[in-house]
Design a protein around this ligand. Structure first.
Ligand code: GLA
Length: 408
């Protein structure tokens, strides 16, 4: 019995203030301090996944150098389940696709030093028609925790009449209640402006509809049109202030290695790293060409994405199809990306000394009239002088040059 009722009331009041406060986040705060990196089954395989295929992918993930380059999560997207829950209402891994069950598969992923992710949907069914989580949030979260899930992607199909903010908050609470730290990846395609409300709910949120394979344009898929790399890029600049360590805008998964040209893949990857985007590879790792591997595992470019300051790039300059994107980095460093989105090669003659770059979001500024920076080209992997001289380079169409700037 508490002998001091006043003290007890004060304590209860304090606790209720803490727990009711919007500052009390449900999510596991320590996760995704830099954008999550991994592989996801959707872009190449859609629902055509099974255990032998995926175990082969896990093996290649490690042997190809992806793991060494910093990729960590192995995420199953839609299509892993049976069409019905069992008699207790539990989701069941499709026994034909996963004859040893999902726990065994998760153990396999973990045994290779990777983390395991899975997919479901806030609606009554997933986008591909499998059982959705609506009404089963706590039960599903407990099941995932029992399997050792480390990452949940949560989609937004079949949600008529459902309030998005409430649905995602409920799942976030369910994950917290299940007790296992899981990254919570919101996937409502930016429809309810999650950058405004999801910071305390999850670690990342999709900012647009689905990406397709195309740099400028994508082929249509019957009744809908996936977005191209440039379509998505153009929707990121205005929301950059909402991202930071533990809470990221997600411009969708990578299409590197899925059919674009080398320069387009290279530009797509560079821009995603400039945007501090979650890096989810979506190609068949077992058939990855050396070129694709050299893009996905370029550690200097990945380091821009993973920079601890966690600031997204902004479009600093645009003229005649040339854009300059600037990403402030930790320790007063800076990444500068020249993008040629015109249909012909263009020469850049950039006189640094005429530029003072200021970023209100990160509170940083770079005065090249006052300070000189060394330049390193991250694709050519060589030092290319300093900001003391005009930077001159010809950039092919749909290609980039990206430089890391370090004070002399
Ligand atoms: C939606 C998502 C995709 C993928 C599919 C699965 O379209 O945006 O990323 O998860 O559903 O059906």
């Amino acid at each position: 019995m508490n002998k001091n009722p006043l003290k007890a009331t004060a304590l209860a009041l304090l606790l209720s203030v803490i727990f009711a406060s919007p500052l009390f986040a449900q999510k596991f705060e320590e996760l995704a301090q830099t954008p999550p990196m991994g592989w996801n089954s959707w872009n190449t395989f859609q629902t055509n996944i099974d255990e032998p295929l995926l175990k082969g992918m896990v093996d290649t993930y490690v042997s190809s150098g992806m793991k060494d380059a910093g990729y960590q999560y192995f995420v199953l997207d839609d299509g892993w389940m049976s069409m019905e829950r069992d008699n207790d209402g539990n989701l069941v891994a499709d026994p034909k696709k996963f004859p040893n069950g999902m726990k065994e598969f998760a153990d396999y992923v973990h045994s290779k030093g990777l983390k395991f992710g899975i997919y479901n949907c806030a609606g009554t069914k997933t986008c591909a028609g499998y059982p959705g989580t609506r009404g089963f949030e706590y039960q599903d979260a407990r099941l995932y925790a029992s399997w050792g899930v480390d990452y949940l992607k949560f989609d937004w199909c079949n949600t008529d009449g459902i309030n998005a903010i409430e649905a995602y908050k409920t799942m976030s609470k369910a994950i917290r209640a299940a007790g296992r730290p899981m990254i919570f990846s919101l996937c409502e395609w930016g429809q309810h402006k999650p950058w405004r409300w999801a910071k305390d709910v999850g670690q990342l949120w999709r900012s647009t509809g689905d990406i397709g394979v195309g740099f400028v344009k994508t082929p249509s898929k019957g009744d809908w049109q996936p977005l191209s790399v440039l379509n998505i890029l153009d929707q990121q600049d205005s929301i950059r202030q909402y991202a930071g360590p533990g809470h990221w805008n997600d411009p969708d998964m990578l299409e590197v290695g899925n059919g674009m040209k080398y320069n387009e893949d290279k530009a797509h990857f560079t821009l995603w790293c400039m945007l501090a985007a979650p890096l989810m590879a979506g190609n068949d790792l077992r058939k990855m060409s050396d070129e694709t591997k050299s893009i996905l595992t370029n550690k200097d470019v990945v380091a821009l994405d993973q920079d601890p300051l966690g600031v997204e790039a902004f479009r600093y300059y645009t003229f005649d199809g040339i854009e300059i994107w600037v990403k402030p980095l930790a320790n007063n460093e800076l990444a500068v990306c020249f993008l040629n989105r015109s249909d012909h090669p263009q020469s850049v003659n950039y006189n640094w000394k005429e530029h003072l770059i200021t970023d209100k979001v990160s509170g940083t500024s770079f005065d090249f009239g006052q300070n000189t920076y060394k330049l390193r080209d991250l694709w050519d992997k060589k030092d290319v002088g300093t900001t003391g001289k005009v930077f001159t380079q010809t950039i092919p169409s749909d290609d980039v040059v990206v430089l890391r700037l370090t004070k002399e």
